[in-house]
Design a protein around this ligand. Structure first.
Ligand code: DAH
Length: 346
């Protein structure tokens, strides 16, 4: 081993290292080159082991060359690291790029059940006439559901309501919201203007227009000097707000034990406009609710003086209203949880 040989080895090492550094494809490969050349057990250390065999005066010369080679390689590695680091960052940024202009996936939002939506609209319309919405119990006693509404036990009018009883003495599921009238008259002093929406139950064979579970919205107004004309005016306003301004309406005689006189309130057929079609049974009219003047006996039994106070009441099925308004042909849709139907009303 002599000075010339060691010098050539160092120069060869420098040339190899320069090639390897330049050829390193990424930071990891560059670091492998660094360990291989400059590491404790690397090639440079290996070459320098030969120094011990040189005459002492040659040793500093080789040391100086080795230092130059080392700093040269270190500088090359540092420069290459910068370049590779930058392009790796660029590659990562490109790979992780988020396209903020991609259309978002739609968010599925819940919606009100159509029965609730219908009752909300009904309450909003009557609310504009000062009717306050109240709730009354779903479980009633015979007295409130029937007797106080002038429907005595064994009266043939009971056939109008096929009742479901609960497993408690004298308790039943209300067959209509009318018992809410009794609660309202017993709780408040006239003037009374209340809207009583709620679920009702009947022992029914289920078909396209009958359910054993459905909603009703009851209305009650009691004051001094309340007339059938007031009722007509209010219901006209309701029909126009719900079905369209200018729709013709009519009162027909009806029968309910708790009203006298009783009426059926019709609106001109929304499908044919009155000329007669299958939907209105060729009559040109659709019945949307039952109503009447509160029977004096009902007022009296609720603690109000029928000589002083008069009232009117009305009751409607929000599902029927919604079916007419939106041309829905089967009541059962309201009870099945088909989201394609349920989601159509806001
Ligand atoms: N309660 C009646 C029913 O279930 C509906 C009704 C008719 C309510 C006339 C009323 C009314 O308040 O005046 O069929």
């Amino acid at each position: 081993m002599d000075l010339a040989q060691l010098t050539r080895d160092l120069e060869a090492l420098a040339a190899d290292a320069a090639g390897a550094v330049a050829g390193a494809p990424d930071v990891a490969a560059l670091e492998a080159v660094e360990v291989e050349v400059l590491g404790k057990k690397g090639r440079l250390t290996g070459v320098l082991r030969g120094i011990g065999a040189l005459p002492p005066e040659d040793r500093p010369k080789v040391g100086a060359i080795a230092n130059t080679v080392r700093t040269g390689i270190e500088a090359a590695i540092a420069a290459r690291r910068l370049v590779l680091g930058e392009s790796e960052l660029e590659a990562r940024l490109a790979a992780e790029r988020i396209d903020v202009t991609t259309p978002a996936r739609p968010i599925r939002r819940g919606s009100h059940h159509p029965s609730i939506e219908a009752m909300g609209e009904i309450a909003e319309i009557f609310g504009q006439f000062g009717f306050v919405t109240l709730e009354s119990p779903e479980i009633e006693d015979d007295r409130t559901n029937f007797q106080l509404l002038n429907i005595p036990q064994d009266h043939p009018a009971r056939d109008l309501w096929d009742t479901l009883y609960v497993d408690l003495p004298n308790r039943l599921l209300r067959t209509h919201t009318s018992p809410g009238q009794i609660h309202a008259m017993r709780t408040f002093e006239p003037p009374i203007r209340v809207l009583l929406p709620g679920r009702c139950y009947r022992y029914e064979a289920i078909d396209a227009s009958h359910a054993s579970e459905f909603f009703q919205v009851e209305g009650l107004m009691v004051d001094e000097g309340t007339t059938l004309g007031d009722l007509r005016g209010l219901l006209d306003s309701f029909a126009h707000a719900m079905f369209g301004a200018g729709k013709r309406t009519r009162f027909r005689p009806g029968y309910y034990p708790f009203t006298e006189p009783s009426v059926a309130f019709d609106v001109e057929c929304l499908v044919c406009g009155g000329s007669g079609c299958a939907v209105c049974g060729r009559s040109g009219w659709l019945t949307i609710l039952g109503a009447g003047m509160v029977h004096p006996v009902v007022l009296r039994d609720s603690g109000l003086d029928p000589e002083r106070y008069q009232g009117f009441a009305f009751g409607m099925g929000p599902e029927r209203i919604w079916m007419l308004k939106h041309r829905i042909n089967d009541l059962r849709l309201f009870l099945e949880n088909d989201l394609r139907f349920l989601g159509q009303f806001r």
